[in-house]
Design a protein around this ligand. Structure first.
Ligand code: LRH
Length: 497
C-alpha cells in the first residue's frame, strides 16, 4: 500500500520551508518541497514581516506536494517562530502588515509594563522569560501609540494561526504559540485575563484556546483549486516552532534535555509542571507550553544569530562564505583567545556584528579578534561556555539529571560547535535531527490520524529515522579553566536577560 504523506510548513525568522514526511509504518522520510527566505520589510512604519509573501511560498510548496503525492497527502500543519501576530477586522481582513519582533517599537516597553504590574507579578502569572520582543510588549506599544488597528480589531492571530486561517477560513488561537506571548498563565491553563485587563488590552482578542492535534479544517475551495490538493486537512500542530522541535527530541529520558539550535539557542528541560519561583525568575527561565501540555523549561540564548549576522556582514563586503567554510576558519584559529557574552544587548540589533564583537573584546580588555577565524572561534567558544553556564543552573531543577544533551535544528550540523558544547558541559551530546521542527509538526498530525498513539512512540520513530551523532567531552581540564575565565570576562558587562 501507498505510504502516508504529511506536510509540514515550518517558518523560522530567517527562512521557511514546506516539507513532506513519508511514513512507511516505521520510519519518516523527509523531502523538501520548497525553501524560501523570510525577508523582512523595512517600511517607514518599521520592520515588518512579509506574511503575504510567505503565504504565496507556502501555496507553491503545496502545489508541488499535490503534483508529487496527490491523494496520499493526509494533512498539513504549520509552525513558526514565536511572539508575532496579526490583527483582523470584523470581516477577517488583516489590519496592517504584522511587525517583526526585532522592530524597535518595543523599546522601553518592558520598563513601562513593570510600572503597571511589578516584574515579579508578571512572572508569577506567566512564568515567561523577560524578552523585549514578547507579544506583551509589542501589544503594549500599540496601546501606548493608540494604534487604530488594535482599537477596531476583532481577532488576534499569531503567525501560524493566521496562515491556518488563510488556508482554511477557520480561526483559532493555539496554546503553544499563545504561551510565548507572556499573557498566558500555565497554571490556569488559560490566558491571564487579570494581566490582560491591567495592560489595557481588549479582552475579546483573547479567545478560547485550542490544543495541538485537532482538525482546524479542510483547505478552502480557493486554496484547493489553486494548489490541486483535495481532501487535505489542516491540523493544529504545536504552532510554536520550538514546541514542535522539542516534540521530536529523540530522548527516552523522563526529563529530556535539549538544545534547539537556530537563530536562537533554546536550552532546557522538558518538565511535567511549570516551575515558577524566585529562583527561576532570578535565573531567567521560561515556561512555555509543549505538546500534551508539557512545559519547556528553558532559556533563550542568542544563538547562531551571531554567525548569521557575521556572514551577512562579510557578504555585503563582497565575500560570500559558506557556513562550512566559516567553521573551517574557526577550527584553524587559536583556541580561547577572547570571549563575548552572546546575550549582551550589544548584539541584539541587526548589523555590523564582527565590529561589535571587536568592540566588546576591546572594552573588556581582551585580545581583539582580527581575522575571520578569530572572530568565528570567539563566537563558537563563547556560545559553548554560555551553554555550560545555563546548564549548571538547569541542573538545579531536576533530581534526575539527563546523561545526554540532544542538539536539534539547523545548528546541529555544526560539528565543531557540537564538540565545543560537549567539552564545555562535560557531558555527552547527541546531534540530530536537523529537521526536528518539521518532524515534531508531523508527529502531532500522525497522532491526530491515529498512525501513532502518543509522543513517546513518535520519538522512537524519530530515533529510528535519523542518524544520531554522539560527541564525548574532550580536553576537560582546559575547558574547566575557561569556564571560570568566561565568567570573569562577562561579569562586568550588561546582559539582556
Ligand atoms: C525560535 C523562536 C524562539 C522565540 C523566538 C522569537 O524560532 O520561536 O523560541 O523565543 O523565535
Amino acid at each position: 500500500s501507498q505510504n502516508k504523506v504529511y506536510l509540514a510548513v515550518d517558518l523560522g525568522a530567517g527562512s521557511g520551508r514546506v516539507l513532506a514526511g513519508e511514513f512507511d509504518g516505521k520510519h519518516i522520510e523527509l523531502h523538501e518541497l520548497n525553501r524560501f527566505e523570510n525577508i523582512g520589510l523595512e517600511l517607514p512604519s518599521g520592520s515588518h514581516c512579509n506574511v503575504p509573501a510567505l503565504y504565496q511560498n507556502i501555496l507553491d510548496g503545496l502545489r508541488i506536494a499535490a503534483d508529487r503525492y496527490g491523494d496520499a497527502v493526509i494533512s498539513l500543519g504549520i509552525d513558526t517562530w514565536g511572539v508575532d501576530y496579526g490583527l483582523l477586522d470584523k470581516d477577517g481582513r488583516l489590519l496592517g502588515i504584522p511587525y517583526f519582533y526585532r522592530d524597535s517599537r518595543t523599546q522601553s516597553m518592558m520598563e513601562k509594563a513593570e510600572q503597571i504590574v511589578p516584574k515579579e507579578k508578571i512572572y508569577e502569572a506567566t512564568g515567561i522569560q523577560f524578552m523585549f520582543f514578547n507579544s506583551l510588549y509589542q501589544l503594549l506599544s500599540e496601546v501606548e501609540g493608540r494604534n487604530s488597528g488594535l482599537q477596531v480589531a476583532e481577532d488576534l492571530l499569531f503567525i501560524p494561526d493566521l496562515l491556518g486561517y488563510w488556508l482554511t477560513g477557520k480561526k483559532v488561537q493555539e496554546r503553544s504559540i499563545a504561551s510565548t506571548s507572556q499573557l498566558y498563565n500555565p497554571r490556569k491553563n488559560d490566558w491571564d485575563y487579570e494581566l490582560i485587563e491591567k495592560f489595557g488590552l481588549p479582552k475579546h482578542l483573547f479567545k478560547k484556546l485550542s490544543d495541538p492535534g485537532h482538525v482546524l479544517g479542510g483547505l478552502s475551495e480557493k486554496v484547493a483549486r489553486r494548489t490541486g490538493l483535495n481532501g487535505t486537512k489542516v491540523i493544529t500542530v504545536a504552532g510554536h516552532d520550538t514546541a514542535s522541535a522539542v516534540a521530536a527530541v529523540p530522548s527516552q529520558s523522563a526529563t529530556p534535555a535539549y538544545l534547539s539550535s537556530g537563530t536562537w539557542s533554546l536550552l532546557g528541560l522538558e518538565l511535567p509542571e511549570p516551575v515558577i519561583n524566585e529562583q527561576s525568575l532570578a535565573d531567567g527561565f521560561t515556561n512555555e507550553i509543549g505538546v500534551g501540555n508539557t512545559i519547556r523549561f528553558l532559556k533563550n540564548i542568542c544563538g547562531l544569530w551571531l554567525i548569521q549576522q557575521s556572514r551577512r556582514y562579510w557578504r555585503a563586503a563582497g565575500e560570500d562564505i559558506a557556513y562550512s567554510k566559516m567553521a573551517a576558519f574557526a577550527a584553524e584559529a587559536e583556541p580561547f583567545r577572547s570571549f563575548i557574552d552572546p546575550d549582551s544587548p550589544l548584539f541584539v540589533e541587526e548589523g555590523h556584528m564582527p565590529e561589535k564583537i571587536q568592540q566588546y573584546c576591546k572594552k573588556t580588555g581582551q585580545a581583539v579578534p582580527e581575522t575571520k577565524g578569530q572572530i568565528i572561534r570567539c563566537i563558537y567558544e563563547s556560545l559553548a561556555l554560555r551553554y555550560a553556564e545555563v546548564w549548571q543552573k538547569l541542573l538545579e531543577y531536576t533530581e534526575t539529571p539527563p546523561k545526554t544533551l540532544h542538539i536539534v535544528g539547523g545548528g546541529c550540523q555544526d560539528k565543531l560547535l557540537n564538540q565545543f558544547t560537549a567539552n564545555a558541559l562535560g557531558m555527552q551530546v547527541a546531534a540530530c535531527p536537523v529537521e526536528a521542527t518539521s518532524l515534531g509538526n508531523i508527529l502531532v498530525q500522525m497522532m491526530n490520524d491515529g498512525a501513532i498513539k502518543d509522543l513517546q512512540e513518535g520519538r522512537e520513530i524519530v530515533l529510528n529515522s535519523s542518524l544520531v551523532e554522539r560527541y564525548e567531552p574532550e580536553a576537560q581540564e582546559a575547558w574547566a579553566a575557561q569556564r571560570d575565565r568566561f565568567a570573569d570576562v562577562i561579569s562586568g558587562t550588561a546582559r539582556s536577560e
